[in-house]
Ligand binder design. Sequence first.
Ligand code: COS
Length: 384
Amino acid sequence: MISNFGLDDRHVAHRERVRKFCDEQIRPVVDDYEERGEFPLDVVDELGEAGLYGINVPEEYGGAGLDFRSFVVTVEELARVWKIPAGVVSLSCSLFANTIEKYGTDWQREEWLRGLFTDNGVAAISLTEPQAGSDASAIETTATRDGDEYVIDGHKVWTSHGAVADIVLVVARTGDDGTHDDVSIIAVPEPHDRDGFEIVRDIPCMEGDAVVESEIAYDGLRVPTDYLLGEEGQGFRYIMEALDIGRIGAAAQAVGISQGAFDECISFADEREAFGRSIRQFQGVSFKLADMQMGIDASRLLTYRAASALDRGADRVTQPAAMAKTFASDTAMDVTTEAVQIHGSRGYSRDYPLERYMREAKGIQIYEGTNEVNRHVIAKNLYE
Ligand code: COS
């Protein structure tokens, strides 16, 4: 039996710490937040207080200064209990933190990276638009220079955490040639205090009402030009690079969801009796459990492989990240669907977490690049 999947003792100890936190602090409150449809800002704060938020962010910027395998272990353990806090850690520590760390100036890193992780804030990335999802370079939002300010105009959808964000990275066009080369990233700290930033609505979605997926109108929002990240016209490449790391976080979420659903199945299949024996003794159930275990182990290995590549300083992780995200989220969909089936009517009922795991898994096949886009990326890379 493979136990540590290439993790060392420090990762294993870290996993135990996160698991204890999740079991004691998060598990008891999930149903309450879910029923009230409330985003768990308090949980994010508690994660920060416990030193479990900015996992891979350097200590000088308010993080824990651990490696990417510690990051995926954290996200995985959180998602094993509840996907929403796992999604917050994943986005803040991957898409957001890496972009600022790599392309930000000293001042930007100090202000926005250190600021976010010191105050346990929430970050968001505003990329997708109604007509630009998979085709990310088709965005129409503009950031027009006016003296020493950018004026941002556009309409974004599916900005995760937008309505609760302390800072949003907006992907916008700073030129008018309509290519990848006029896309830039501009930071909008404290967006809710600014004129021209309006949350149109939180998009109701399959995952439930506690998750925040915002539709945002930018209408003449002004920020200083030194809120630009890196160079003008390089933003498409930056965001693609950030998505590579984000996809490793998404893969870790999928692994955690699969594991959470599987754990429920293991105990239920042993305890539940039918026709005079526990249902795990029926081949129809035991083969499902075997397939689940294989899928979860393979997903975990792909995810840790991608994270290890980052730990070794790989320049680009496009291929291992896309493979991990696609395989792990497809597996999570299969595992959670079978977990509902094994639990029968209980699985279908909201008294048990199985149907929630299934709803959570579905999103990961779609966000951070649909699995179809990720397969396109994997196939394209075979010839590059
Ligand atoms: N890292 C760094 N640079 C990258 C990159 C990556 N992973 N992927 C692409 N680029 C660069 C390319 O090298 C190219 O640069 P040059 O012009 O210097 O050669 C440029 O970006 C354009 O690349 P490409 O031609 O491949 O772009 P496409 O418009 O064909 O788009 C896909 C490629 C479909 C892969 C991209 O649009 C995508 O990932 N879409 C999904 C978006 C997504 O995941 N949305 C979810 C948002 S959740 S916040």
